[in-house]
Design a protein around this ligand. Sequence first.
Ligand code: OGA
Ligand code: ZN
Length: 378
Amino acid sequence: MGTAPDTELRLVEATVGDRKIRLGWSDGHRVDVEPLWLRDNCPCPECLHPSTRERTFDILSVPPDLLPERISIESDGALRVEWGGVPHSSRYEAADLRGYGAPDLSGTAFPVIWDGRLAGSEPRFAYADLESEAGARAWLSALRDYGFALIEGAPPVEGEVLRLAARMGPPRPTNFGVVFDVVSKPDPNNNAYTAIKLNPHTDLPNWERQPDFQFLFCIANEAQGGASTLVDGFAVAERLRDEDPEAFDALARTPLPFRFHDGEADIRFRAPAIGLWPDGSLREIRCNLAILARIDAPGEDMARLYRAHRRFVELTRLPDLQLNFRLQAGELLAFDNLRLLHGREAFDPASGFRHLQGVYVDREHLYSRLRVLRPAAE
Ligand code: OGA
Ligand code: ZN
């Protein structure tokens, strides 16, 4: 026996008492509802624009102590409320009210935290897979849950990265442009544009909003060296929280200064290395020694911060937390830049050509696409 489908839910109780509206459903669930909440969520076309689906009702148009004049249950189990003052009649489906007070967590990420043992089972997709809705959904779901996914077999040409990124959403330009070319160049303004090793890092922690998702597309990888590294920064942070809660705390509470500057830009932001949601869960990692500015903590905080940050960075270098692989021409590595750290081995530009193109995309597009794509067949 499963639970009854929502459509069969009926209201069986609706009473006004003690400034609340007591509702009871046919499945036994009972709850006391704020009258203002009910008025605010009237679904009629006068209160909710039928085309924009946005609210047109103004909460200031009713008094703060609003109460219904009359409430009743209709023959199909829906709720009818007659409001006084500016008279208004509202009807609410029984199932629509059932989630009162509970957060809607549909489409929220529940990260699958990983370490080096994921090697060999990385989420990997074929370019052709993206054509179908099921394929696109599987790819986007992997990005949401693992924080990264590989796509192989795309045409290894300039600009392809933009077409691939567009399957999630429009690009987010930065001071490095809409599309950035990762090649060893003369007079580089970024360590990525050299041939040196890049230790695991997040991109652009010097921005208030670090780019959420990064798409790194490999056009050529013929040089010796240049293999890629990924680390789950949430795994690193959780390991630190386990082994040294004080260090975790220092990194979660103390802002670090980050700064990028060249001839055209001077972009700075201060934020903790470990960003938390209000409930204490992990929100974002900021880690990039190349653009960490002079740490400016007062007194003993300096020593504490150096110790904590050093340990965090040390953990990002542990082989057992890392994935190492070599990008092939036509391969896309897309990843969550707020969660994962990425790096590369040094390469020898004299031994062959290496060219990646990168694009950033905001996270909202990922969740939105996943919600809009038809749900998977059961
Ligand atoms: C970057 C970067 C990695 C690579 O461009 O931000 O980290 O493999 N590149 O070159
Ligand atoms: Zn980078």
